[in-house]
Ligand binder design. Structure first.
Ligand code: SF4
Length: 333
C-alpha cells in the first residue's frame, strides 16, 4: 500500500497543480485508506484550504422557519409527514419571529443567516411574501440572506433574488443513482435543475449532501464530481443521525474516520468551494471535531440545527480561535 499511497499522492498533487479537482477514481481510492494513511493526505487538504481561504471560517446560522408536515418521503428526514417522529410541526413563522432569530444569530457571531422550510417548495403567495420581506430585513441587519426552500422555478428564485436573497441552498443529497433509494416522491433531476437555475441567475449556490444513508463510496465520489461541475460557492456536508420513526432509524452511523475521509475527498474534488460541516458534526466526529479544518472544511453551522440542538456558539468560537482561525466577514455591501 506504501507504493500505492505514494502513487495516489502524486496523482492528487498533479491534479491540484493543474488547477483541477481530483478525479472520481482518486476520490474512491481515498475511501480505502487506513487512518495512518489518511494522515498523510491531511497536509495536502489543509494547505489547499489555507491557500484558497486563509484562516477564515464561514459561520452560518439557520432557522427552521416551517417544520414537519412535508408530503415528500425522504427516508432520512424527520420532517416527512409519512413517518411517525417526535419532530415538531408548525407552519411558516411570522416575519417578526424570523427576524428575531436572525438578530440572535448575529449576536452569537453568525455572518450568514438562512431561512429553512420543510416541504417540496414554497406553498402559496402568503409564504412567498413573508419570506421576501424577511430577506430584505435580514440584509438590513448586515447578515448575508440565505434560504433553503426546496425545489423552485427560475421565476420563484428570481423573485427571491430581487428581494435581497444572496445565496440559495438546495442539496442534491446523494448521487443520482442512489437517490431513488432514499426518495420516491420527487426526482434528483428536479433538485439539480433548481441548483443550476440558482447559479444561472447569479445567486451564490450552497449545494451538498447527506452521508451515511447506506450509499457506497462510489456514490459519494460521484456526488463530489457532479457538484464540481455545478461550481457551488459552498457545499454543506451532513452526516446522518438516524431519527427514530424514519425508515433509516436503524442505519449504522458513520465512523469518524469515514467522516474525515468524506471531508478530504470533497476538499480535493472541490478546491474552490467552501465546505460547511453541518448536521451530525458533534455526534459523528466526537473528539475529532476540530479535525474538520485540517481535513479541508472551511465552515460550520453555529448554534442549533433544524430539528436538533447544536452545541453552544461559545464552544465553537473557542474551538475556532484555539486553532488560530477566525470568523470570515460576509462581504455584504
Ligand atoms: S422534501 Fe425536505 S422536508 Fe420534505 S421529507 Fe424531503 S428533506 Fe424532509
Amino acid at each position: 500500500m506504501e507504493i500505492e499511497l505514494n502513487l495516489l499522492i502524486d496523482a492528487i498533487v498533479g491534479s491540484l497543480i493543474a488547477g483541477i479537482g481530483i478525479s472520481e477514481f482518486e476520490a474512491e481510492a481515498i475511501s480505502g485508506l487506513s487512518f495512518p494513511e489518511l494522515l498523510q493526505l491531511l497536509p495536502i487538504a489543509n494547505r489547499l484550504r489555507e491557500e484558497k481561504f486563509g484562516n477564515s471560517v464561514r459561520l452560518c446560522g439557520i432557522l427552521n422557519a416551517k417544520s414537519g408536515r412535508c408530503g415528500e418521503d425522504c427516508k432520512f428526514c424527520g420532517q416527512s409527514g409519512r413517518w411517525k417522529t417526535e419532530v415538531e410541526s408548525f407552519g411558516l413563522l411570522a416575519q417578526e419571529k424570523i427576524i428575531g432569530a436572525a438578530k440572535r444569530a448575529k449576536q452569537d457571531g453568525a455572518k450568514e443567516f438562512s431561512i429553512v422550510t420543510s416541504g417540496k417548495g414554497i406553498s402559496g403567495e402568503d409564504e412567498m411574501e413573508t419570506i421576501c420581506s424577511s430577506l430584505k430585513n435580514i440584509r438590513s441587519l448586515g447578515l448575508e440572506p440565505c434560504a433553503s426552500l426546496g425545489i423552485l422555478s427560475q421565476g420563484q428564485l428570481s423573485r427571491l433574488k430581487n428581494s435581497g436573497l444572496a445565496r440559495y441552498h438546495h442539496n442534491l443529497e446523494t448521487s443520482q443513482n442512489f437517490f431513488p433509494q432514499i426518495c420516491a416522491t420527487h426526482q434528483w433531476q428536479e433538485s439539480y435543475d433548481t441548483a443550476r437555475s440558482a447559479k444561472e441567475l447569479g445567486l451564490k449556490l450552497c449545494c451538498g449532501g447527506i452521508f451515511g444513508l447506506g450509499e457506497r463510496w462510489e456514490d459519494r465520489a460521484d456526488l463530489a464530481v457532479t457538484l464540481s461541475r455545478l461550481k457551488p460557492e459552498s457545499v454543506p456536508i451532513n452526516f446522518l443521525i438516524p431519527i427514530p420513526g424514519t425508515p433509516l432509524e436503524h442505519q449504522q452511523r458513520l465512523s469518524p474516520l469515514d467522516a474525515l475521509k468524506i471531508i478530504v475527498i470533497f476538499r480535493l474534488t472541490l478546491p474552490d468551494s467552501d465546505l460547511i460541516v453541518c448536521g451530525g458534526r458533534e455526534e459523528i466526529l466526537g473528539d475529532f471535531q476540530s479535525w474538520i479544518f485540517p481535513a479541508g472544511a472551511t465552515g460550520l453551522i453555529l448554534g442549533d440545527y433544524l430539528t436538533r440542538k447544536g452545541r453552544s456558539p461559545e464552544q465553537d468560537l473557542a474551538m475556532i480561535s484555539s486553532l488560530g482561525l477566525s470568523a470570515r466577514e460576509n462581504g455584504l455591501d
